[in-house]
Write a protein that binds this ligand. Sequence first.
Ligand code: KG4
Ligand code: ZN
Length: 357
Amino acid sequence: MIILGIESSCDETAASIVNDKKEILAQTILSQQEHIEFGGVVPEIAARSHLEYIDGIISDTLKKANLTFDDLDAVAAAAGPGLIGGVVVGVMTAKAICLAKNIPFIAVNHLEGHALMPRLIDNIKYPYLLLLASGGHCQILEVSGPDNYKRLGTTIDDAAGEAFDKTAKMLNLGYPGGPKIEKLALNGDENRFTLPRPLKGKDGCNLSFSGLKTATRHIIESYAPDGKINNAQIPEQDLYDICASFQLAISDCFTNKLSLAIKEFKSNHPQGEHLVISGGVAANKYIREKLETLANKNGLKFAAPPIKLCTDNGTMIAWAGIERLQKGLTSPLDFKPKPRWPLDDTTPQARGAGVKA
Ligand code: KG4
Ligand code: ZN
């Protein structure tokens, strides 16, 4: 079984070809640079750029794999959630190939792509406990199979990646903020600044990051003679210390709530073996180490995708496509892309992707 996966829901135009032996036959990722000057992704610019490059990226990927459209068993595309202009480009392209070649189309929830990605690399059995932390989402989920999720917690305000990005913007570090903060934090003292751990000690597994971002803003403002954030003059070592303290606070928020989630997961699924992190924030080595320690302390194994496959890519969409096709879960050609698409919404409409082949 060979599947082409297409990702275009944010600022990466990506394609990948994966088979059911867990081999990545070829992959191509174009990270759009057009957004840098704006300090964040501009939806219309993203959509135009996907439109311009997607055909070339798909044909390059086929060439690299030494395959043609005739070798494909299905095409999977990220069909939401995300920036709708980009999602439409990927979905329409996938549908056109499927129609022309008479092969199944698979609408993949972008979050499912992140959620299942670690299974392509590691031998991870269902069910597992997942922290899905990206630029747009932050959720704790029990994953029991494609199309089978139970949400234990979610952020009630910002996503973790968004908190990294907004904090980096306040510090003038550029976008995306996560990798920049991680790098500077390496030279910092993480105990230098006291920052809040929102929702710590409260029942439930929900997360919150906006108070942390505001507290960091106040620290940055204290470096401006007029209290205005844009005029902050932060000495180099203090900048490192702010980054390290911020990163520790995020990581504590994760471990606090995951400790509760592990208890719930173990009681629901005593046979469960893994704690997994995925999504862009999973690329953070410091956070991976903290979560690995937590998993081991609680008798669980830890897994995360390879660093390069944590952020958006076509491979995760192709792999989710393989898992769905193996269960006969394909999508009609009139499937409507979904700008919002909760992973654990089990209504038939929300599961429009779940039509039996
Ligand atoms: O999964 P992703 O590529 O896109 C979404 O689906 O949102 O995640 C992007 C997010 C950005 O917010 C970025 O700052 C964050 O992942 N990120 C990181 C790191 N690398 C990317 N956050 C913390 N540490 C990193 N090393
Ligand atoms: Zn993503």
